[in-house]
Design a protein around this ligand. Structure first.
Ligand code: PLP
Length: 407
């Protein structure tokens, strides 16, 4: 009925309805927006089936369907590739999809994987449970231990994954040694650089094949978007990873790319302040007259402090972890004392300082014995430092911990 051509007013309505459906079209020539526009379109208008074929086969840079690439994703990927010294980068829906895509891109069924012994809990779970269905076998090693790295070089391995700064105990992986050993073993090295970002460490410059990051954290910096990054220099494997991202539905959203791109612009400023705060807080907590153990690579007694000085640039990161002899209900009381100034918000990399409790959040998937062997107890508390004044932060933590110790 709607399309029936009638004389008079009805005709006008049809025409107006169709006009309302048309896209807004290009902007005025010469009016260049200062800020990259957010482009939500899921599909692009193409001149011909040949143009569609070219766009979808990657023969040119044209867009066709959002899942295979969109302008907000492309500009963020180009910038991050260049900041990591990579020829190519892909953006994924989350940090976990970046790790999944790189694993699926590299591994064949039956593949052999070596994992750093201490990783974000879901990363361990991905390899040990989800990928175990494809007969992927995993083995753990200490990425700070030269003897174990030497042993890696004598094995047949397909993929090695370590974190630059491990979650949650902040040990520093020996990236160059691991990269040499991984290549001798015939494998590819993937480094999760989430706790460092390209400003603190560039894993590709130490020989890693791929760097992955959760951009949901410090790069975004405001806890309002989720994305992941894979960057590398092997064109064939990067194309295969990009294909996995599209086929498995791991593509990014334009809004999240837009917000993360905005975060990236202030990253250097936020990170500089957060790293200074983390060092000041770690030193202050370490000096408290109570039973406390502090993990931070900037502390002179940290086991990899000397080595961290060489591998990390411009600071030792914004994450620190401390351990108190407490059980879960007492930790809950301590969190209540610190809130609302320092909230328990189990993520990291926000502009303000937040707390996490690895045993019940990021590392809940580890068995009790795994956690004990890594020194993660009920009294282990992870801090993501923000940009508040350092003296204020030190005051908040010292008061709450000492009050607690006296009670
Ligand atoms: C070191 C590390 N890698 C990867 C991830 C996963 O990132 P996302 O939450 O964006 O999937 C996290 C999440 O906390 C993390 O801490």
């Amino acid at each position: 009925m709607m399309n029936k051509q009638t004389a008079g007013p009805q005709r006008w309505e049809n025409q107006l309805e169709c006009e309302a459906l048309r896209s807004a079209g290009p902007m005025e020539p010469g009016s260049v927006p200062h800020i990259e526009p957010l482009i939500l379109s899921t599909v692009w208008q193409l001149d011909s089936p040949m143009a569609a074929d070219q766009a979808l086969s990657g023969a040119n840079d044209a867009f066709a369907y959002r899942r295979d690439g969109h302008p907000n994703e492309r500009s963020l990927a180009h910038k991050l590739a260049s900041l990591h010294g990579a020829s190519q980068a892909s953006i994924t829906a989350q940090g976990m999809s970046a790790i999944s895509a790189v694993a699926m891109g590299i591994l064949e069924p039956g593949g052999q994987v070596w994992l750093g012994q201490e990783l974000y809990g879901k990363t361990s779970r991905l390899f040990e449970h989800s990928l175990a269905k494809w007969q992927i076998t995993t083995r753990h090693f200490d990425p700070t231990d030269k003897v174990q790295i030497d042993e890696l070089s004598r094995q047949k391995v397909d993929l090695v994954l370590v974190e630059t700064l491990s979650n949650p105990r902040l040990s520093v992986a020996r990236l160059e040694d691991i990269s040499v050993a991984t290549h001798a073993a015939g494998g590819k090295l993937v480094v999760d650089n989430t706790f460092a970002t390209h400003l603190v460490c560039q894993p590709l410059s130490y020989g890693a094949d791929f760097v992955v990051e959760s951009l949901s954290k410090q790069v975004n910096g405001h806890s309002d978007s989720m994305l992941g990054l894979v960057a590398g220099n092997d064109r064939q494997l990067m194309d295969c990873i990009q294909d996995t991202i599209s086929t498995f539905g791991m593509a990014s959203s334009p809004l999240d790319c837009y917000l993360t791109h905005r975060g990236l612009m202030s990253l250097a400023l936020r990170l500089e302040r957060a790293c200074v705060n983390a060092l000041a807080l770690a030193e202050a907590l370490d000096a408290l007259p109570t039973t406390i153990e502090v993990d931070y690579p900037g502390l002179t007694h940290h086991p990899q402090h000397q080595f961290a000085k060489e591998q990390l640039r411009g600071g030792y990161g914004w994450m620190l972890t401390f351990h108190l002899p407490l059980q879960r209900p007492e930790v809950a009381d301590l969190f209540r004392k610190l809130a609302p100034e320092i909230p328990f918000a189990p993520s990291l990399g926000d502009i303000c300082t937040t707390l996490s409790h690895p045993a019940t959040t990021s590392h809940r998937g580890y068995s009790e014995s795994q956690r004990v062997s890594l020194g993660i107890t009920e009294g282990t508390i992870r801090v993501s430092c923000g940009v508040e004044p350092a003296e204020w932060l030190i005051e908040q933590f010292s008061q709450a911990i000492l009050d607690f110790a006296r009670a």
